[in-house]
Design a binder for this molecule. Structure first.
Ligand SMILES: NC(=O)C1=CN([C@@H]2O[C@H](COP(=O)(O)OP(=O)(O)OC[C@H]3O[C@@H](n4cnc5c(N)ncnc54)[C@H](OP(=O)(O)O)[C@@H]3O)[C@@H](O)[C@H]2O)[C@H](O)CC1
Ligand code: K
Length: 507
């Protein structure tokens, strides 16, 4: 599913109006019916509804929704904010349509606003501004947003929480953005709705189809996409019935300094549970007993050091290499990481965890990353290697730039993990849950991706499929276990079930 810019959504809307064809006011009615139906699904008509409508089409949607809810016997109180004595044509038309209804209390605010008394179980509908926002809110609208945000009631935002831009909010005044309980957005999620920083404004996101032209959606190009189950299911290769372990790839995992063998165990098990033929695990001598016991399926390659990674390994024999889980950052390890990057030009490479932290301390070494390398930073790791910023939008732009500049893939882990490809495209992954924000979860992901690379999936396929698959296993684990109780080993336990779901998706 493509993620469109504000301009593209407008284009899509205009195309639909001209070519379906449908009058703009009828398209607004269709959108409002979807909003009203969603509200009716969640809340019964014992709840009081307070509608705050702005002067544009977002306000028009809110007025139409108010009318539809009143017709379902909800008690509705409307405040239409019209400080410049100018409403959009369809907002004006919907204002007129309210006139015929007796059970709506309607107030048009042109200057002074007397806030209503709210009951705890009232619901506010935020229809002040949608995708037409063109500057941060200020003055009376900012004060209104602050009033709504301090009210102890649920807030349903139409299309966008008012005050939030569709893309970049790094310079926005965060106090002046609606904090919604739910956001009902039209057609497809907007970019800002996918970024972790904005989740506190969006609440639960519901996407409703308002019948915008599919033909035009297909035609419009976007750098941003949300990965779909169908898309990754179609990537799964059929397994050669006559294959032997050599046919399914030999991966090398360089992981686990002494005291961090667990990271190696998790990445190794995840790789073996994702279809890999053969795994060699390069690790310090002292990890021998635990790793031989924990993963009898793996072959061990011992470092010369008792406790840390100090010696790079020839990549000749391997179909994929993973460098980093639990590696530590000792100076000798850092030098070995540099050497390993220089020696890994042949096999596709995944760089994770401490190997990323080492790159953060030696930024010039990023130049040594072989083309098509996959980096899997979480936000703190990404901040160390590339961006001083803490803002999710800036991270995303910086990750895209890094992927393009070095011709690599950057997997920015988070609420919707972003997979930034070297051609400038970014894919957001929809699977996963907060239970997966737990130690070792990243090691599992690295193991899965490495396994797929070794099985000859392209770096982009391995990234998209691996991230989706990891999140799906986490979601299946969460369906049985509480989010709070989920540990990284559970994700591995549910990999077979997740794989089964994807493999038989089309059957
Ligand atoms: N996508 C669709 O197919 C449909 C979307 N619908 C709804 O329409 C809105 C977008 O409506 P639009 O009228 O374009 O914009 P808004 O309602 O979001 O904003 C209205 C005007 O507000 C002004 N503005 C912008 N920023 C500010 C600000 N910070 N302070 C004050 N005023 C502001 C601006 O006008 P200016 O003259 O001031 O430039 C906006 O034009 C979409 O989100 C959906 O809810 C359709 O109803 C159904 C189809
Ligand atoms: K809104």
């Amino acid at each position: 599913m493509k993620v469109f810019s504000q301009r593209q959504i407008k284009e899509l809307e205009n195309y639909t109006i001209e070519n379906e064809p449908i009058a703009a006011i009828d398209l607004m009615e269709r959108a409002a019916k979807k909003v009203a139906a969603t509200i009716i699904k969640h809340y019964d008509n014992s709840r009081g509804i307070i509608v705050f409508a702005g002067p544009g089409n977002n306000g028009g949607d809110a007025l139409a929704t108010a009318r539809l809810l009143a017709l379902e016997n909800y008690k509705v109180e409307v405040y239409l904010f019209n400080p410049n004595d100018h409403l959009s044509a369809d907002c004006e038309a919907n204002k007129q349509r309210l006139d015929t209804l007796a059970n709506i209390s309607f107030n048009e605010v042109t200057s002074k606003f007397q806030p209503p008394q709210l009951n705890n179980d009232d619901i506010i509908i935020d229809g002040l501004f949608g995708i037409g926002l063109n500057k941060p809110l200020s003055g009376g609208f900012a004060a209104l947003v602050q009033f709504i945000n301090t009210a102890a009631v649920e807030v349903i935002a139409i299309d966008m929480p008012s005050g939030l831009f569709c893309n970049d909010n790094s310079d926005n005044d965060k106090r002046n953005i609606i904090r919604a309980t739910r956001t009902i957005t039209f057609h497809s999620p907007k970019l800002s709705q996918l970024l972790v920083d904005n989740q506190e404004y969006i609440g639960k996101l519901e996407v409703v189809d308002i019948g915008l032209s599919e033909e035009k959606s297909k035609e419009l190009y976007s750098d941003f996409e949300i990965v779909e189950a169908e898309q990754v299911a179609a990537m799964i290769k059929s397994r050669n019935a006559f294959g032997h372990k050599g046919s399914f790839g030999h991966a090398l995992l360089i992981a686990g300094h002494y005291g961090m063998a667990g990271a190696a165990v998790l990445a190794a098990k995840a790789s073996l549970r994702s279809g890999l033929g053969k795994l060699t695990l390069h690790t310090p001598i002292k990890n021998n007993d635990i790793l031989q016991t924990a993963i009898p399926e793996a072959i061990l390659s011992h470092d010369f050091s008792e406790t840390i990674f100090t010696t790079a390994v020839s990549s000749e024999a391997y179909n994929a290499i993973c460098l980093g889980p639990g590696l530590g950052k000792e100076p000798d390890t850092a030098l070995a990481v540099l050497e390993q990057l220089q020696m890994s030009k042949k096999a596709p490479l995944v760089v994770d965890a401490d190997a990323l932290n080492i790159l953060g301390e030696h930024k010039s070494w990023l130049q040594e990353l072989p083309p098509a390398t996959i980096l899997t930073p979480h936000p703190a790791e990404f901040r160390r290697i590339q961006s001083g910023s803490t803002d999710a939008f800036t991270h995303l732009v910086d990750a895209q730039t890094l992927a393009q500049r070095l011709n690599i893939i950057v997997i920015l882990k988070g609420h919707y993990t972003a997979i930034c490809a070297p051609n400038g495209k970014t894919f957001f992954n929809p699977t996963g849950n907060s239970g997966m924000a737990t130690a070792g979860s990243g090691d599992v992901l690295s193991g899965i991706i490495t396994s797929l690379l070794a099985q000859q999936y392209s770096p982009l396929e391995a990234s998209l499929l691996g991230v989706y698959f990891h999140g799906l296993a986490g979601d299946l684990a969460q369906a049985d276990l509480e989010e709070e109780c989920l540990i990284a080993s559970d994700i591995i336990k549910y990999l077979p079930l997740a794989f089964k779901q994807l493999k038989y998706f089309h059957k």
